[in-house]
Design a protein around this ligand. Structure first.
Ligand SMILES: *[C@@H]1O[C@H](CO)[C@@H](O)[C@H](O)[C@H]1NC(C)=O
Ligand SMILES: *[C@@H]1O[C@H](CO)[C@@H](O)[C@H](O)[C@H]1NC(C)=O
Ligand SMILES: *[C@@H]1O[C@H](CO)[C@@H](O)[C@H](O)[C@H]1NC(C)=O
Ligand SMILES: *[C@@H]1O[C@H](CO)[C@@H](O)[C@H](O)[C@H]1NC(C)=O
Ligand SMILES: *[C@@H]1O[C@H](CO)[C@@H](O)[C@H](O)[C@H]1NC(C)=O
Length: 796
């Protein structure tokens, strides 16, 4: 809402609107009578200041994002303000239909047989206010629901609210979900308060969040009564969430997912903070659980919870911090309920880990340095059961820690204080982003003119920007997209699979400076087998940990609008293949962190498509050379929730890397392998330390992509990994409920020291670890429900 509009409102009306909002934010349970009694002059001034501050630049700027590949690119609205659709936000009007209209406008994907769509993105903005909601609001695929970060709007459930949740990301009609749960990509909810305290009946829920990769849930406050829950998530394949607060509820959050990373979650006054029905793995960092009966409950009756990590966290005034049914020995399956607690502070906790009747680990007020239960390996290759203190094989590298000794956390910058002159719209500056025009020169010029100055924010209005040659980004540059603005490699510069070139290149080797990047998506227009989509050289200045950061930056090769590698060109089944492999060789490498780089990466996904997301949802065969390559010889490199899937040589490779933290990494081998056998159709390049697969001698389970390779590296800590292999020649017959073998290997460690994995999971992989040429840790020793899990692997 531009400022001139609010000043033309009557000041009385303005005050009434904002008062409700502000007081509700400050004190959610305060009723109107107490509120008016508390209103003094200083309150009014505070409110007026807040209102003035709430003129958030991203709401007020010219909205010129275009969905370049939509059937109607000029008519389709990317940005929507719910007030333009009739929402009042006055606390009394029922705003359900208006908000629903704002989300659904433009023939979007959901409830109409559409499983996914990259060509109907919607950034749905909710200004400050209290919005009454009486029915579940269905949230379509590729939506971002974004509140004003300065004065977060409140969605408040009406007393007669009915439905799944205030916001429902995967509605179900007659038992059929809108979306396949593992394909629920590109969704975000940020800067909002979801309040169900007024709802009279049932177990009211703030958010139904059944999602997968490329999703984020950030800066949300959930408030619920004693029967309610903030989040309900039954499954999915995610994902990332951070900076959430849960107040009250039978459950703060009730969640299940294949894998997930949660950072900086606070729970208070919940019966159970986190109820967990099912997972393969979940990493929590920076949990703060206070005044709950149970902190985290993973004691599912059917042994459906695979593993969790609780890192750098605190439990206070709580009965049982972690409720788990695991026994000291003789568990079925062997690795069920694997738990790692690392740097966990207890303050007045009765039981640290217990099954509800007896304690496995006593409570009290103390700090647990490192404790675990599950399976444990060291370099000897002999696996043992463990339930007790774990021996830390090497100290945590200082370069990764904050001043309190925790792994550094840095949330995505909100940039709330920017003035209009600081926002540099690339479209204003001549870039087209229409998916047709070569924008290389325009964008290079914008970075030359406005980059290198940390006052500016270079803003990519939504669109698809074609890049035909390397764009150099100077250090001290901040870049942000709008609902994942697309940078698409397109040109003869990127055609040589043996002579790669960067598409976006951040800094020069050896340069220090600040670089922040958020909400961009890198793809290719057709085959660009010599493209390194993003090369990162810049490193943090002295004493500025995490100054080089990347948040919500995704890579998508094939699969979406403008990729030119749909099922017509790159069909993907065991009987239908591309007629010309060269047309389907996506890129050389998604992300390269070079030797002198350092980087903080949060919520990324280096995805080479296995299926198409638009109009036809068929499988595709896209050959992408490599996933994420980290060669930063000093680091530090932090990766929170950085997934990599379906790349030919490897999903992750650390080569000569040092000081690495990875929190919840997840990968999958390509579905087409072993036809062709890795590394076809690429040629291994010794300069890039590629694996050559020569020792496979053509064996099909051997000639499959590595999930991760760690070469000549040290001081690497992985908190939660899922390196999966589900296919042979497009068939999942090899999986056999996790008891079969699709790949011989997943993780290779060569000539490295001080490497620690906590809760490392594989699926259908014969040996979980290959150490200096020796295969060890057969998955049969470490069976969990569906995965196989090693709670602690340390190579010192
Ligand atoms: C909820 O109550 C409001 C009146 O407060 C009414 O307008 C609305 O129709 C009711 N909704 C439902 C689903 O009963
Ligand atoms: C995921 O949850 C839905 C309910 O929303 C259920 O129908 C489906 O079977 C579940 N899928 C998996 C793979 O667990
Ligand atoms: C954690 O989230 C809260 C909001 O819930 C925020 O104020 C705080 O800065 C965050 N802390 C970190 C370390 O990110
Ligand atoms: C791959 O699968 C298809 C379909 O099942 C089959 O016809 C073909 O023979 C398989 N290829 C090999 C080499 O096994
Ligand atoms: C190992 O990595 C270090 C640091 O990057 C590098 O200097 C050295 O040359 C590498 N050694 C080998 C054998 O690659």
């Amino acid at each position: 809402m531009p400022s001139h509009q609010s000043s033309s409102m009557s000041s009385k009306g303005l005050l009434a609107v904002t008062l409700v909002a502000v007081l509700a934010v400050l004190t959610p349970s305060t009723n109107a009578t107490t509120a008016s009694r508390r209103m003094r002059m200083s309150d009014i001034e505070t409110i007026e200041r807040r209102q003035a501050n709430s003129e958030w630049w991203q709401a007020g700027i010219k909205h010129q994002g275009i969905a370049a590949h939509n059937d109607n690119p000029t008519g389709y609205k990317v940005f929507r303000n719910v007030k333009d659709y009739g929402a009042k936000g006055d606390g009394s009007t029922d705003d359900t239909e208006a908000i629903q209209k704002a989300i659904a406008d433009g023939n979007r994907c959901g409830g109409n047989g559409c499983d996914s769509s990259t060509i109907t993105p919607a950034f749905v903005y909710i200004p400050p206010g209290t919005y009454k909601v009486s029915k579940a609001i269905n949230v379509h695929w590729y939506s971002q629901i974004v509140g004003d970060p300065i004065n977060r709007p409140i969605l408040k459930g009406a007393p007669n609210f009915s439905g799944m949740a205030l916001l429902d990301a995967d509605p179900s009609v007659n038992g059929v979900s809108w979306y396949v749960n593992q394909n629920s990509f590109f969704r975000s909810v940020r800067n909002i308060v979801l309040d169900t305290t007024d709802v009279a009946n049932g177990n009211p829920t703030g958010l139904h969040w059944q999602v997968s990769q490329a999703t984020s849930l950030v800066n949300v406050r959930f408030v619920q009564g004693p029967k309610g829950q903030g989040i309900y998530m039954e499954n999915g394949s995610g994902g990332f969430m951070s900076d959430l607060e849960f107040i009250g509820g039978k459950f703060g959050a009730y969640m299940g997912n294949q894998q997930f990373m949660s950072r900086n979650l606070t729970f208070s006054g919940c019966e159970t903070g986190i109820g967990m029905s099912w997972n393969w793995h979940w990493t929590f960092q920076g949990l703060n659980i206070d005044n709950c009966k149970v902190g985290i409950d993973i004691a599912s009756a059917e042994n459906n919870v695979g593993s969790i990590i609780v890192l750098d966290s605190k439990f206070s005034n709580t009965g049982i911090a972690v409720k788990s049914g695991r026994k000291a020995t003789g568990n079925t399956p062997t690795a069920v309920n694997s738990v790692v607690l690392d740097n966990v502070e207890l303050n007045n906790v009765q039981t640290a880990v217990g099954d509800g009747s007896s304690a496995i680990l006593a409570g009290g007020s103390k700090t647990i340095d490192l404790w675990g239960q599950g399976r444990q390996y060291d370099k000897s290759g002999a696996g043992t059961d463990v339930q007790g203190d774990l021996k830390r094989a090497f100290p945590k590298p200082k370069a990764l820690l904050d001043q309190k000794g925790r792994i550094l956390q840095r949330s995505r910058p909100l940039y709330t204080d920017l003035k209009p002159a600081q926002i540099i719209s690339v479209r204003d500056q001549g870039a087209k982003g229409d998916g047709k025009t070569d924008d290389t020169a325009a964008i290079q010029k914008i970075f030359q003119t406005y980059g290198g100055k940390t006052d500016n924010l270079i803003y990519f209005d939504h669109g698809t920007y074609l890049i035909a040659d390397t764009v150099q980004i100077p250090v001290n540059t901040r870049v942000m997209g709008e609902i994942w603005s697309v940078i698409s490699a397109s040109g003869p510069a990127f055609q040589d699979a043996n002579k790669p070139k960067a598409v976006f290149r951040v800094g020069e080797p050896g340069q220090t400076g600040i670089v922040e990047m958020s909400e961009l998506l890198f793809q290719t227009k057709g085959a660009q087998p010599g493209a390194v989509l993003l090369e990162w050289n810049s490193r943090d200045p002295e004493n500025q940990q995490g100054a080089n950061g990347m948040w919500d930056v995704f890579f998508r090769v094939g699969g979406g609008g403008g990729s030119d590698m749909g099922p017509d060109v790159c069909p993907g089944t065991s009987t239908t293949k591309p007629s010309d492999d060269k047309k389907c060789m996506g890129s050389f490498l998604h992300l390269h962190l070079t030797k002198q780089a350092s980087a903080y990466i949060e919520n990324s996904w280096a995805w080479t498509a296995d299926h198409h997301l638009d109009k036809v949802f068929n499988q595709v065969t896209v050959y992408n050379g490599r996933g994420i390559l980290n060669e930063a010889s000093q680091g530090p490199v932090w990766m929170y929730a950085a997934a990599a899937e379906h790349n030919v040589f490897y999903q992750y490779q650390l080569n000569g890397a040092k000081n690495v933290f990875m929190g919840m990494i997840q990968s999958e081998a390509p579905y087409y392998q072993s036809i062709p056998k890795a590394p076809a159709p690429y040629t291994p390049l010794p300069d890039w330390s590629d694996p050559d697969y020569k020792n496979c001698n053509g064996d099909k389970n051997c000639a499959k992509s590595w999930g991760m390779r760690v070469i000549n590296s040290s001081d690497v800590m992985i908190y939660g990994a899922g390196l999966y292999s589900f296919f042979e020649n497009y068939s999942t017959d090899c999986v056999k409920e996790g008891n079969g073998i699709c790949s011989d290997h997943a993780l290779e460690i060569l000539k490295s020291k001080n490497i620690a994995f906590y809760n490392y999971n594989t699926v259908s992989t014969k040996n979980m670890v290959d150490l200096d040429g020796k295969s060890m840790a057969p998955f049969t020793e470490n069976r969990n429900k569906f995965c196989s899990t090693i709670a602690h692997l340390s190579i010192s």
